[in-house]
Design a protein around this ligand. Structure first.
Ligand code: BGC
Length: 770
């Protein structure tokens, strides 16, 4: 755990340069706008340790996989989000010395991520090896208004000399991914141009031939005044630049403003890319830096109006939640149903930027609650569009009749992960995709979605479940053999309770949805039935038969569900008995030892208690929580939030708060020593859930909104917002009272501590905390 980030309500601050944590900082100081993202790398050259990262949403590479022992059914490739041409680069020379913080003495260094207005700032004084002192201030942002564009203002002032400052703004397409399986470079450069004060590179990815055009224009200011300057264009194999040498006086501030546009063939015809890039650049240049910055602040203000959570009395908690919300809003804006949310967002290469079950199980509620419904609808449509591929994926594994198995890891609907225990066995992801449909309809009330798209997806998933189980003569029950539950520290187990539970739930829900669609739109029902050759009676009879006769392992004496049939054969000892020095176990123990141990990576039975809480009484939830939590090592970032929500539900308030802090500051404090790879973006949505579902006790039960807040001991106040059925509500919890304000014109009914109350448009209600 690290503790070098300064606490602040709206900013992430690194004071004094910490080169030893530079990769961690680069992850934390990432910026993004849904269309692209950039790690907190320096503009100027840096010869110290760094992970360069600049990613364009939807542009990936199917890197040939590396597995030891090939299994039939494996996909050929592992998709990688690509490190794209570097748009931020500005090399600087002070007389002849390169400005390189690894070679200079650095004083008064400060790096600030301003989350309120959406920009990254840096300031420092560098003493070059030649004894020249310069003061540097930089600011950059990826515009969320002009989302193909990024802007940088790089200011430099000579402090103790008159002399030459050379500035070389460039675009470099000679980039690679650190995680490339065969150390290959993934870009071919097609076209490059460098004129006066302007340059372009068009590049194409190997194999899939995504085209990206990156262009830049720049301006120079002297002491705040726009200045004429000369610039010499340079074109190399995969690189374009402009070089400007400026004679400067001591104390004179030189600002270089670099405007950049990055456009891709995802959104433009290949032949138009260069021209459109030029057009974007002209547009932003005409607006100018100040206006762009102002628009950025305004657009972020709007985002915060929907999504902010304010906490008073605990700066660490406040900074944590805002950082999480900021990263989520930077990663996904919901304008494009082809895009999704990688576990690291745009902050690193790990997990290849691909889509996991994290989106449906963790991220969706955040976007449902804090953005217009189209945003989450697009997340659902993403899976709808992949339905055919999910059916093909299931066919490859031997399933038939339109059964769909969605991939565990994907970019375009195809599976791209090759570990048999995950690829073939971690099938519970199918259930989360089904559950997301319920969540969406619950929040938005948009039942048309079920008619248009939802039912088709649900039938395909239910078909999969009904073929995946088999009838056990010995047990006279249906069983689900050879699975991996959410707890990846047990593989190939039989009857994982959670997987069987979500399978039965999906089939049940599918039947409800079928009834609804039949009643509300017979024609559409007939249309889909014929499209997918649905034999309603036969198929639903089988689903019901499975639901009625599914085997769920439990222990009567302990009153708990068993994570899997053989779980209690293990030696059961709490995590507290593992020596500190052996934690995290995934770094110290052999895989074999982990698999045989009782230790649980992340919520498994408890994931089911969380999803299906309403089916269980409090004692059942408590017994399961009390049994499993002490055996859980939380070595997935997705674990603490679920535990925080359940702890809150059970009124274990201190525990709930402890887990909250662990998820909220997971990256800021580098809890798991892995933030250098990127931030845990999908688990950040879990942090949001810990506040809203955990402390705020929000639930949607039978289409009604319930709120049951408590306030963690340390806090004076917190508030959060919920968008429910088109009504934006703000919940304020302060001291002993809770207030709910309706920010829309429509009346809404809310259950506050179990008592139904109507709140008129623009009106509020309040109550004492119970
Ligand atoms: C977790 C998975 C998760 C993945 C990506 C793994 O460590 O066990 O549940 O989907 O990370 O976040």
């Amino acid at each position: 755990m690290k503790n070098y980030i300064k606490k602040d309500e709206w900013c992430i601050i690194e004071k004094d340069f910490h080169p030893e944590y530079n990769r961690v900082s680069e992850s934390l100081f990432s910026i993004g706008n849904g269309r692209m993202g950039q790690r907190g790398n320096f503009e100027e050259q840096y010869s110290g340790d760094s992970l360069q990262g600049n990613y364009v949403a939807g542009i990936y590479y199917p890197d040939k996989t590396r597995v030891g022992w090939w299994k039939n059914g494996y996909p050929e490739y592992f998709a990688k989000v690509l490190n794209a041409p570097n748009w931020i680069g500005i090399d600087v020379f002070v007389d002849n010395d390169p400005l390189d913080l690894a070679q200079c003495e650095v004083v008064n260094f400060k790096r600030v991520l301003n989350m309120k207005e959406g920009y990254l700032k840096r300031s420092f004084i560098a003493k070059t090896p030649g004894g020249k002192d310069v003061k540097v201030n930089t600011r950059r942002f990826l515009s969320i208004v002009d989302d193909d564009c990024g802007v940088i203002r790089f200011s430099i002032t000579p402090l103790n000399f008159d002399g030459k400052i050379t500035m070389i703004p460039y675009i470099d397409a000679d980039v690679k991914n650190e995680d490339a399986n065969y150390d290959e470079k993934f870009w071919d450069v097609l076209e490059k141009k460098a004129h006066e004060q302007e340059a372009y590179i068009s590049a194409k990815t190997k194999k899939l031939h995504f085209h990206v055009c990156c262009g830049m224009k720049y301006e120079i200011f002297r002491n705040g005044h726009k200045s004429d300057f000369e610039s010499e264009g340079t074109v190399k194999e995969k690189y374009v630049a402009g070089k400007t040498i400026l004679d400067c006086r001591q104390g004179e501030q030189i600002d270089l403003v670099k405007y950049t546009a990055v456009l891709s063939s995802l959104n433009h015809k290949t032949e138009d890319l260069l021209e459109h890039t030029r057009g974007e650049l002209e547009k932003i240049l005409a607006k100018g830096y100040d206006k762009l910055l102002e628009e950025q602040a305004w657009a972020w203000k709007k985002k915060w109006e929907w999504s902010d959570i304010e906490i008073k009395g605990d700066v660490a908690a406040q900074q944590g939640i805002r950082f999480n919300i900021f990263q989520l809003n930077q990663t996904y804006t919901g304008e494009d149903a082809r895009l999704n949310i990688g576990p690291k967002g745009f902050t690193g290469e790990k997990y290849g930027g691909s889509t996991y079950w994290d989106t449906e199980a963790y991220c969706l509620p955040f976007y449902l609650s804090s953005a217009p419904p189209e945003v989450s609808r697009n997340l659902l449509l993403y899976r709808y569009r992949h339905l055919e591929k999910a059916i093909e994926n299931a066919e490859k594994l031997g399933f038939k009749n339109g059964a769909a198995l969605y991939p565990m890891v994907t970019m375009n609907g195809e599976e791209c992960h090759n570990e048999w225990e995950i690829t073939f066995e971690e099938i519970h992801r199918n259930g989360a995709i089904a559950h997301a449909i319920l969540d969406y309809v619950n929040y938005t009330g948009d039942k048309d979605y079920l008619i248009e798209y939802g039912m088709e997806v649900l039938i395909a998933i239910s078909r999969f479940w009904s073929q995946r189980v088999n009838f056990s003569e010995a047990k006279q029950k249906y069983v689900m053999l050879g699975v991996t539950g959410p707890n990846e520290y047990e593989n190939n187990v039989n009857n994982n309770w959670y997987t069987s539970k979500i399978a039965c739930w999906t089939m049940q829900y599918t039947m409800e949805v079928i009834r609804f669609v039949k009643e509300s739109n017979r024609t559409r029902f007939a249309e889909i039935s014929s499209k997918i050759a649905f034999r309603e009676t036969d198929e639903t009879d089988r689903w019901q038969e499975i639901i009625d006769n599914m085997y769920f392992p439990k222990d009567q004496e302990k009153g708990i569900f068993l994570q899997q049939e053989g779980y209690l054969d293990k030696v059961i000892k709490p995590v507290t008995e593992i020596p500190e020095s052996e934690i995290p176990i995934n770094q110290y123990w052999s895989w074999d030892r982990i698999l045989r141990s009782c230790y649980i990576k992340q919520a498994d039975v408890l994931q089911g208690m969380y999803f299906f809480e309403q089916e269980y009484d409090e004692d059942t939830i408590r017994r399961n929580y009390d049994f499993y939590e002490p055996l859980t090592v939380h070595e997935s970032s997705l674990s603490p939030c679920i535990h925080s929500i359940l702890a809150a539900r059970l009124r274990y308030h201190d525990k709930a708060y402890e887990f909250y802090l662990r998820t909220a500051r997971l990256d800021l404090d580098d809890y798991n020593n892995d933030t250098s790879d990127g931030c845990h973006v999908t688990s950040m949505a879990g942090t949001w859930m810990s506040v809203v579902y955990g402390f705020g006790g929000m639930r949607i039960i039978e289409g009604k909104l319930h709120i049951n807040p408590f306030i963690p001991g340390k806090w004076q106040k917190y508030d959060f917002k919920i968008l429910f059925r088109g009504v934006l509500l703000r919940i304020d919890v302060e001291g002993k009272t809770v207030g709910v304000r309706n920010h829309s014109d429509k009346e809404i009914s809310v259950f506050l501590y179990g008592k139904e109350q109507k709140i008129g448009g623009r009106a509020s209600i309040s109550a004492f905390i119970e």
